[in-house]
Design a protein around this ligand. Sequence first.
Ligand code: ZN
Length: 283
Amino acid sequence: MPELPEVETVRRGLLPVLEGAVIARAEVNRPDLRWPLPERMAERLEGRRVTALRRRSKYLLADLDSGETLLVHLGMSGRMLVSGVTLGQFHHDHPVPQKHDHVVLHMASGARITFNDARRFGAMDLMPTDRAAQHMLLKGLGPEPFGNDFNGPYLAGRLKGRRTPIKAALLDQRIVAGLGNIYVAETLYRARISPLRLAGELTETQAQGLVPVIREVLAEAIEAGGSSLRDFRQANGELGYFSKHFQVYDREGEPCETPGCSGTITRTVQSGRSSFWCPACQR
Ligand SMILES: [Zn+2]
């Protein structure tokens, strides 16, 4: 499931073909994804120039010169494929249309952007740009992890007195936007804090110290995504999925990588989801 770094990687991969470019034709192959697609979607996209391609949490936002914004959520299995264009030294031919190609944007440049989503947990919507922040998927979101509003005193304040495990608190999108199971696991591991600890029991220093760790973990993943973009350009033009070495996520039974720690990575189920952590060095 794509998390913030994967979505940011998709955004960066789409920038050269989407930002400033005109959508010549939009192919909408079904009426719904997770929810119904917006009414007259193709009509509202066709002939429009994309003035900016932004990201908010795990959502892509393409601002159009019509005053509307196209929201794209990749969901569980959504994929973006770029073809018909030369990116750097690599050229991607248009692939044969696939079964789950639900929306295809034919750009005036000749580029083609295909949204493929086998499980259809993805979503697309159109809204007035000036009301985008009030969209039902965006309005409750907390600050962006890289934004100025997300800082030590803010996070410490939000965690103070909270009787939920720190893992649940960091997954709470109202506290910080865009963190999912993988990067919360990596963050708590690096901060040496147990996912089972109650949020309100962290010291002020620990709570504030999570902010730079979250940024570091996400920045490294985005960097890995950047490298993968160069590979994807070489491969088939598909954006956003890249292999990354995780220090703790999905490493149950393997030795802890923290220097001096002889612990073993353990999997604990919390609220129905796996937590990977080292009981020896995460307290
Ligand atoms: Zn350890």
